[in-house]
Design a protein. Structure first.
Lengths: 604, 248
């Protein structure tokens, strides 16, 4: 009968499966999630091919949009036993200008059959224009993304001198769109050397009645090559944020009456990398005039101030004097060389220390008069090219009158090393070098590459072992507790164990041929067994009482007779001193074993 | 019986001698490789370090030195891979941390990870200080203690012990989560060629999604033919040729 039903079930399932047939209607459809979008929104274009799965589709360039492939999505549906498979290739379309544009009808060929989608028209309006309103914002000229985001590179002037410092300004103008992750602009620096960018400035500016957010990047550059050169174009990379359209109206919207508030609140956006380029500018890099060029000109171009101090001016021969020279101003301060002192017959000179603090270049040098005959620290001349006057300028500091005494009697002339007491200590930020820390000399404890404990079989064994041991102890305790409460069950469970002990003792007595003791033991074993098995008191264990219980438990009569026979044999030996031979004794033992076995197996 | 004991003894001695000689040879090679490194012969040092690895023997300092040699030889990607492997053996080594940071500074366009809540950040820092083996051992101990103390509380009927075992159990769950998270989510490969473009699809003609520089660590999500789908630290996903990556 069961087999028959199995056959029926198999036939039903087989029919159900074979009734599913693959639909063979090919179709190709193009859909967009919105037909009217703002310039800062992204349109999701879905190209769905039903019952064919080409791996990818080449999307032609679409006027007014930049496209990006998102990925495919497959769908299988079974309706009335007909299986329909479809693949949807999704693209993001980023509007680049306002106006009405068309996604052309697209064609694909599958198995020799050409499928064509319908053309879709999309209207792109300015971000400020509300999409639901029916205003005709596009009546004017179409607005491009380039009108909303653009970069302008500014130079201070066209003619600059070699080595002159110029401030290059790059301004990013943004209106009505959101930019994120704005990077510093980059431009070709083949003809100029530049410092790092200064902190960018942000402000708003109105151009032709439109308000723009402006980010201004300033960088100091120095002309390094002569001739007419092109500066820029500068390129700035950023991510443009596009609002994605909501997929489907929710009950949430209907509850709040499509107020738009929650639309804005839960708006999601998509980033598109964008590179904005500025115009380039021509600069004419002029050489420095040779006319009137001082011999000690050291390359300073700009407008500088030079000052020198020396102290102390009253010393003993061999004592140090600290000379400090400061140069500040506008220009190529980094490349300016200060006129340090050199060893002469009058002075012992130490290497200068040069540093730049807050736009001032400072030179500190220790000089030591060698004899009391020295009367002055010689004058120092600093020359630079002034870009304002287009002439070389020379600034002279000194000479500084010096009073040098002879060293004390008995003291020979010696040059004292400059100490902290004499040279003013200028705390300097310690510049620590960086490099790899050296290799290790010892290989350390070696292991086989496959010896990972966390992947090992031992770990699994450990977990299994701990778990098993835990559950053994846990359930042992639970069962013990239960047995303490349920005495009847405890006795019932203990009955076979006690019987086994009794049987063991009986076997010993058979071997010792102690017949009387054997039957005593047999009687006690049976009595104890039934007492525990049926949770009886000692008084109740007579055959008559047991017979009634056996009958209630539906024990076959043959078993009851056997129990009765055993009890009789026990009584005959114990009370009537009947002697049984060894065979009879063994038979009684086997009978007892059978009875207990029967009760264990069949009687609950 | 005595005969069997002798055979056992003989095998034990033979195995010990072989292990000792093998360790001696490895030590000698390691020292030789170190000498090559000191003489700035980085390629030779790399060859010797790799030879030791081919014997199936590994250690933290071995990978550390190999990372140094690769970096000095200009192979930034392989240096990153070696340091990552060394981390699995000596995650608390300060030299290794310093070198990793130093080398990372040379990686171009290395994206920053996602900002995490400070508790998560602290947890990740704590778990980063353990090797996976150490975490696995700690978990076994926590599991054993939690169960044994629970049993003690159950047998002795002491609620304090049961509560304590519950705390240990929570710790075990916490560490187990960290173990699984680290095993599954760790960046498991690095770019070993100078620059590679990650595509939207596993084909040469596919659109480029983003580019990866040498040394950038990525997570391999799936593989198809000669291509691997990877996820960058900032969550961007793309397909790159398998040959451009080396698994950690």
């Amino acid at each position: 009968m069961i087999r028959f039903f199995r056959y029926i079930a198999f036939i039903v399932v087989f029919c159900a499966i074979t009734s599913l047939s693959l639909a063979d209607d090919l179709s190709f459809q193009a859909t967009v999630d919105a037909n009217r979008v703002t310039l800062d929104s992204v349109v999701r274009l879905s190209l769905t091919i039903v019952n064919a799965q080409p791996s990818s589709l080449e999307l032609p360039s679409i006027d007014g949009f930049e496209s990006r492939y998102i990925g495919p999505a497959t769908q299988v549906s079974i309706i009335n036993g007909q299986v329909t498979k479809s693949i949807t290739h999704n693209y993001s379309l980023f509007p680049t200008k306002t106006g009405t544009f068309q996604i052309p009808a697209l064609s694909i060929t599958i198995d020799g059959k050409t499928l064509t989608s319908q053309a879709i028209s999309i209207e792109v309006v300015d971000a400020q224009t509300q999409v639901p309103s029916q205003s005709t914002s596009q009546e004017g000229s179409a607005e491009k993304l380039e009108d909303k985001i653009f970069l302008i590179l500014e130079k201070p002037r066209s003619d600059i001198y070699l080595g002159e410092k110029i401030l290059v300004t790059i301004k990013l103008f943004v209106r009505g769109v959101s930019l994120r992750d704005i990077e510093f602009p980059e431009f070709d620096k083949a003809y100029v050397a530049c410092d790092d960018y200064r902190q960018p400035n942000q402000y708003q500016k109105i151009i032709k009645g439109l308000s723009y957010d402006v980010v201004e990047f300033n960088i100091d550059c120095y002309a390094t090559q002569l001739g007419t050169r092109v500066l820029g174009p500068a390129t700035l990379k950023a991510n443009l944020l596009y609002k994605t359209q909501k997929q489907r109206p929710s009950s949430f919207d209907s509850f709040f009456g499509d107020s738009g508030f929650f639309d804005n609140f839960f708006d999601r956006s998509e980033k598109r990398p964008l590179a904005v380029r500025s115009q380039s500018e021509t600069i004419n890099i002029l050489p420095l005039t040779e006319q009137g060029r001082p011999e000690d000109f050291s390359g300073g171009v700009g407008k500088f101030y030079f000052k020198m101090t020396a102290s102390p001016l009253e010393v003993k021969a061999g004592d140090p004097i600290t000379v400090v020279m400061n140069v500040s101003g506008e220009g190529n301060l980094k490349t300016v060389q200060l006129p340090a002192f050199k060893d002469t017959n009058d002075f012992k000179v130490y290497d200068p220390q040069i540093k730049e603090i807050n736009g001032t270049k400072i030179l500190e040098q220790v000089i030591i008069p060698k004899s009391e005959k020295v009367t002055a620290i010689p004058a120092v001349v600093f020359s630079y090219f002034d870009v304002g006057t287009k002439q070389y300028q020379t600034i002279t500091q000194g000479p500084f009158p010096l009073k040098v005494e002879a060293p004390a009697e008995g003291q020979s002339f010696k040059i004292i090393e400059p100490s902290a007491a004499i040279t003013p200590f200028v705390p300097q930020e310690e510049k620590l070098g960086r490099d790899l820390i050296f290799i290790k000399e010892s290989i350390g404890p070696l292991q086989f590459s496959s010896q990972y404990f966390y992947n090992s079989f031992l770990l699994k064994i450990l977990y299994a072992l701990i778990t098993i041991v835990f559950f053994v102890f846990y359930f042992y305790k639970i069962i013990s507790n239960h047995l303490k409460k349920d005495v009847a069950l405890a006795r019932k469970l203990a009955a076979p164990q006690k019987a086994r002990i009794g049987m063991k003792r009986m076997k010993q007595l058979i071997n010792q041929q102690e017949t009387k003791d054997y039957y005593d033991c047999l009687f006690k074993t049976l009595q104890e067994y039934f007492k525990d098995k049926f949770h009886l008191s000692s008084a109740m264990v007579s055959f008559t009482a047991l017979e009634e219980i056996f009958k209630n438990k539906k024990v076959p009569q043959i078993i009851i007779d056997r129990v009765q026979r055993l009890f009789q044999e026990c009584d005959e030996v114990r009370f009537a001193s009947v002697a049984y031979n060894a065979e009879k004794v063994k038979a009684s033992f086997n009978l007892c074993e059978e009875i207990i076995d029967y009760f264990e197996r069949n009687v609950r | 019986m005595r005969y069997r004991l002798w055979i056992l003894f003989f095998f034990f001695m033979a195995y010990s001698s072989f292990s000792y000689l093998s360790a001696q040879t490895i030590d000698a090679r390691f020292n030789q490789a170190n000498n090559f490194y000191k003489e700035a012969q980085y390629k030779k040092a790399i060859e010797l370090y790799e030879e030791i690895l081919k014997q199936g023997k590994i250690s933290g300092p071995l990978y550390y030195n190999l990372g140094n040699a690769y970096f000095k030889d200009g192979q930034l990607g392989r240096a990153v891979v070696s340091y990552q492997r060394a981390r699995q053996w000596m995650p608390r080594d300060s030299d290794l941390k310093a070198n990793e940071q130093y080398v990372e500074a040379f990686i171009k366009n290395n994206p920053q990870g996602v900002d995490r809540f400070f508790v998560a950040r602290l947890s990740f820092r704590y778990f980063d200080a353990w090797t996976l083996d150490e975490l696995a051992k700690l978990n076994v101990i926590l599991y054993f203690l939690a169960l044994i103390i629970f049993l003690a509380g159950f047998y002795l009927k002491k609620k304090e012990l049961t509560f304590f075992s519950l705390i240990l159990g929570c710790l075990f769950v916490f560490h187990s989560y960290a173990f699984i998270e680290r095993k599954q989510s760790q960046e498991n490969a690095a770019v070993i060629i100078q620059s590679i473009e990650a595509k939207f699809e596993p084909m040469e003609s596919a659109t480029t999604h983003f580019s990866l520089s040498e040394g950038v660590k990525v997570k391999i999500l799936e593989q198809e033919g000669f291509w691997s789908k990877i996820e960058r630290r900032d969550g961007k996903k793309g397909w790159v040729p398998k040959s451009s990556l080396e698994k950690i």
